[in-house]
Design a protein around this ligand. Sequence first.
Ligand SMILES: C[S@@+](CC[C@H](N)C(=O)[O-])C[C@H]1O[C@@H](n2cnc3c(N)ncnc32)[C@H](O)[C@@H]1O
Length: 237
Amino acid sequence: MSSEQFDYASKVEVRTTADGSPTLYVPALDEHYHSHHGAAQESRHVFIEAGLRPLLAAGRGQDGRPLRVLEVGLGTGLNALLTLAAVEATPAAIRYDGYETYPLPPAAVAALAPQWATEPAISQAFAQLHAAPWGDATVLAPGFILTKIQAQVEVADLPNAAYDLLYFDAFAPEKQPELWTADVFATLYAAAAAGAVLVSYCAQGQFRRNLRAAGWLTEKLPGPPGKREMTRARKPT
Ligand SMILES: C[S@@+](CC[C@H](N)C(=O)[O-])C[C@H]1O[C@@H](n2cnc3c(N)ncnc32)[C@H](O)[C@@H]1O
């Protein structure tokens, strides 16, 4: 079933993952928004530690040049909120563009919110993120500007050579094959600045071949608990 066919987000169910953090389950796709081994654990490992942290360590996002992040699949906002938490105590600034085809309905946001109550890093900005308007830049915290963009990222009007860090967090290739093609990675390559980094929880061979066909240099890294490997790619400088 193609995820493009209907608004599956209107029929999601909250589930608890192995690290105690919540995720959403889409019955119609038989798919979760995160790994059942641990939603927060996976997001921290793949997007924050393998993607964001090395760039912050290299001093990126400072001196009046914010680090520009593109997320494919804003969903529950978990990656954006962990990014905010990771930079809060640093001098780095972030401009975060979260693309999402089907924003979560208020009922799903309301059902998720109490599940994050014990995670201060998430809970404090959760409501603010979901209340932010679509299509406008919103200051979530000093130095963190979020723009939620309702669009299919692969056909969106992406800026050229604009992003330093790309979080590729679509549903799995077998659930959403139309988003894991060389054409889509060529579109993201054009939107990426020279030296930009793309990270994904997925380590499939075909995924990495499609990235390379679009010009990305790829590497396999150890995955989060429950997954052997993940992928990090870089646009050559
Ligand atoms: C695996 S979930 C991850 C969600 C999110 N990163 C999170 O932590 O909750 C995939 C997300 O991608 C969104 N999505 C699916 N197709 C998309 C597309 N073509 N463009 C942008 N977002 C898309 C889905 O609606 C869903 O929210």
